[in-house]
Design a protein around this ligand. Structure first.
Ligand SMILES: *Cc1c(COP(=O)(O)O)cnc(C)c1O
Length: 368
């Protein structure tokens, strides 16, 4: 039996380098609470991502929850059902009603042309996702937000390092969040970040992620604890040094997938977008069962028999989970494209260590 090909593999720092830093942390006995490595990683990420302010978090879900708190969002928020559940859960944890809007088939992102019809007097914000790292129509979304006085919080968990016309897409909207989970392009084991535009807002975010403390004795809000520690900050600093090489390796995988798949009837995929620096975080393919001669699930399980593990991201849609399916906006009539795509998609194995042999095995599964 062939070895397992997994959908992803974490980018790991060199263990000797990591041990050296660990020794420094052990000697200092400063292991969390805005220590040296935490500050160094925030600075290094600001520079790498070309953003002015970043706050580190312990995962990628808490920055979503905290962004909503920082901007005092309530009522209803317009969002996409085609994402990881954490996007919508962050609204629920804030007592906000999610309002689902359908996606565009070209990018799998929220369709700006359908947002306006979903706005009510209770709407306070829009929470789009740069799905698979493909930029949303940020201009179209901002125009609607400005017209109705809404805030925009981007779940940019997939969009580490993505740039449009040389500018980070993390600068769009009022705030953007990142996830540094082990399965993401850039990881700190678990981790995440919140990006904002000004120092006053960063200060407020930093209070909120530390119980609301604004000094030794002053608590300005019911904050939470979501601080990143020194060990994972140091791990992140080491990974940042090898991130460009990892993205390059992914790009080569994507190129090989595209070349091979372009010849297969009934299989489509997303292309690079002119002017966008991609991070190749995922490689989704879409199966047209009629043309391909097999359904998505048939192919998915056939691949598993050959020890090739993709993921059905994003299936099922968030709007179908028990918490959300009772909402009016969760009806399948409202989400036709998202429903169709969630039944056609498989994310192929995609990481920096896939060999030519691995790629050939994945392609062969799909060809046969
Ligand atoms: C991974 C992910 C999150 C959550 O991040 P965690 O670090 O796992 O908490 C949120 N949104 C999207 C779109 C994600 O893919």
């Amino acid at each position: 039996m062939n070895e397992q090909i997994k959908v992803t593999s974490p980018l790991l720092p060199d263990l000797n380098d990591f041990n050296e830093i660990l020794k420094d942390i052990w000697d200092s006995k400063w292991i969390t609470n805005n220590g040296k490595y935490h500050q160094m990683l925030e600075n290094a990420l600001c520079e790498y991502l070309k953003v002015p302010y970043i706050s580190l978090f312990t995962n990628g879900t808490l920055p979503l929850i905290t962004a909503l708190q920082a901007l005092r969002i309530n009522g209803e928020v317009i969002t996409t059902p085609y994402s990881f559940v954490a996007t919508t859960h962050s609204l629920w944890w804030n007592g906000i009603r999610p309002v689902f809007v359908d996606i565009e088939p070209q990018t799998c992102n929220i369709d700006p042309n359908k947002i306006e019809a979903a706005i009510t007097p209770r709407t306070t914000a829009i929470m789009p996702v740069h799905c698979y790292g493909y930029p949303c129509d940020t201009k179209g979304i901002q125009e609607i937000a400005d017209k109705y006085g809404l805030k925009v919080i981007y779940d940019a968990a997939h969009a580490f390092g993505v740039e449009k016309e040389g500018q980070s897409i993390l600068l769009d909207g009022d705030m953007s969040t990142l996830s540094f989970h082990a399965t993401k392009v850039f990881n700190t084991v678990e981790g995440g970040a919140l990006i904002c535009h000004d120092l006053e807002t960063k200060k407020r975010i930093d209070y909120l992620k530390n119980f609301g403390f604004a000094g030794e004795t002053e608590v300005i809000a019911p904050g939470i604890n979501s601080k990143m520690d020194e060990v994972r900050s140091a791990y992140g600093l080491l990974n940042l040094k090898q991130i460009d090489n990892a993205i390059l390796a992914r790009q080569i995988v994507a190129k090989q997938y595209r070349e091979a798949l372009s010849e297969i009837k009934g299989i489509s995929y997303l292309d690079d977008i002119i002017g966008v620096r991609s991070n190749y975080s995922y490689f989704p393919i879409f199966i047209d069962a009629e043309q391909y001669g097999m359904t998505r699930d048939e192919l998915y399980f056939k691949m598993q028999e050959k020890n090739v593990f993709g993921r059905r991201y994003f299936y099922p849609l968030i709007s179908t989970f028990s918490t959300y399916r009772g909402l009016k906006s969760a009806s399948s009539d409202n989400l036709l494209i998202a429903n169709r795509i969630s039944k056609e998609v498989i994310c192929l194995p995609m990481h920096h260590q896939l060999s030519n042999e691995d790629i050939k095995r994945v392609i062969d599964c799909i060809k046969k």
